[in-house]
Design a binder for this molecule. Structure first.
Ligand SMILES: NC(=O)C1=CN([C@@H]2O[C@H](COP(=O)(O)OP(=O)(O)OC[C@H]3O[C@@H](n4cnc5c(N)ncnc54)[C@H](OP(=O)(O)O)[C@@H]3O)[C@@H](O)[C@H]2O)C=CC1
Ligand SMILES: Nc1nc(=O)c2c([nH]1)NC[C@@H]1CN(c3ccc(C(=O)N[C@@H](CCC(=O)O)C(=O)O)cc3)C=[N+]21
Ligand SMILES: [Mg+2]
Length: 289
């Protein structure tokens, strides 16, 4: 590989800073008699999904959040999944929770997401919370988009007035990051690209900030990147050579800032999942006076 010019946006170091802050806040909540709890619902035995869920519970242990695991067999019925969601909605130990995606084909993913109590939606992906984001009302924010914004601010990458090109319009990353970047608090100009985009290279070349969230290994190549641009590699693919991001290695020779994969946005996705849980616990504590 050639000469790396990009400043690396270090997701692990930034995650550690967030965890230090969360530890203090969790300990203050415990002093008031409130212990935040994160629930996970994992359906089936996909090794990748199981590893993500394990990672989330390891993170909980680091900051003092209680872990609540609901692991269900792959062949479960919708009724059983619904019953698990209802139980977590009612469970006072569970401050917030997620249903790990994807779920097996016989299950209705959107029906499951809609059944989550919007106040307990740690992913920020419930339709009510996405609606609140559109309307500019306070709500739990989607974790990966929040992680992306935090990383850019942490390294002082200019956002106001910047042209952001997002590759992907998926519900977890591309669509909500467009909503965040165009808020009056961010003021970026956003282009969302997808499989029907006529000339992806031409779009990406105009970008000051590139968010690669398609899940296609090496999709964003050095020739598509404006020298000095910030490039964030978010997409993940499982290939024969292991996990691969969406950004080709030689982009590090052209970009001004690079969020690598692994070691970039992934750890922050998990940090903001815990942040959403702590924020809800703080709201509950405030309402108790
Ligand atoms: N690192 C992290 O923390 C996280 C990473 N991820 C990863 O981010 C990626 C995006 O996830 P999600 O938001 O759920 O999106 P989806 O996986 O649901 O959708 C992928 C999007 O990428 C677009 N796309 C696919 N191929 C191309 C291509 N060749 N050119 C242009 N666009 C393309 C699709 O276009 P179309 O709509 O036309 O099909 C679609 O909009 C996934 O790889 C996921 O695993 C997700 C969450 C967290
Ligand atoms: N309801 C739901 N919410 C999600 O947020 C969600 C989901 N389902 N399904 C799958 C995707 C993918 N995703 C990742 C989270 C962390 C890393 C991560 O931490 N990655 C590390 C490497 C792995 C590790 O260190 O364990 C890194 O990038 O450095 C990656 C990917 C969340 N997703
Ligand atoms: Mg998806």
């Amino acid at each position: 590989m050639g000469h790396v010019t990009a400043t690396i946006l270090d997701g692990k170091a930034t995650r550690d800073e967030i965890f230090e802050d969360l530890k203090v806040r969790v300990s203050a909540l415990k002093d008031k008699g409130i212990t935040p709890g994160l629930g996970t619902v994992l359906v089936g035995d996909d090794p990748g999904s199981a590893a993500y869920v394990r990672g989330k519970h390891n993170d909980c242990a680091k900051v003092g959040i209680t872990s609540i695991r609901r692991d269900l067999p792959a062949d479960i019925t919708q009724e059983k999944l619904d019953a698990t969601i209802d139980e977590l909605n009612a469970n006072p130990d569970c401050t917030g929770y997620i249903v790990q995606l994807p779920v097996p084909k016989q299950l209705d993913e959107n029906a499951a997401l809609e059944r989550i109590d919007p106040d307990k939606d740690a992913d920020g992906l419930h339709p009510v919370n996405l609606g609140r984001l559109v309307l500019g009302k306070e709500a739990p924010l989607p974790c990966t988009p929040r992680g992306i914004l935090h990383l850019l601010r942490r390294y002082e990458v200019p956002i106001e007035g910047a042209h952001v090109v997002v590759v992907g319009r998926g519900v977890t990353v591309g669509r909500p990051i467009g909503l965040l970047f165009t808020r009056r608090s961010e003021n970026a100009t956003v282009t969302l690209c997808h499989t029907r985009t006529r000339d992806l290279g031409a779009e990406v070349r105009r970008a000051d900030i590139v968010i690669a969230a398609a899940g296609v290994p090496g999709l964003v190549t050095a020739d598509m990147v404006k020298p000095g641009a910030a490039v964030l590699d978010v997409g993940v693919s499982r290939t024969e050579d292991g996990l691969r991001g969406d950004v080709a290695a030689d982009v590090a020779e052209v970009a001004g800032f690079l969020s690598p994969n692994p070691g970039g946005v992934g750890p922050l996705t998990r940090a903001f999942l815990l942040t959403n849980v702590v924020e809800r616990a703080e709201r509950v504590a405030a309402s108790l006076g």
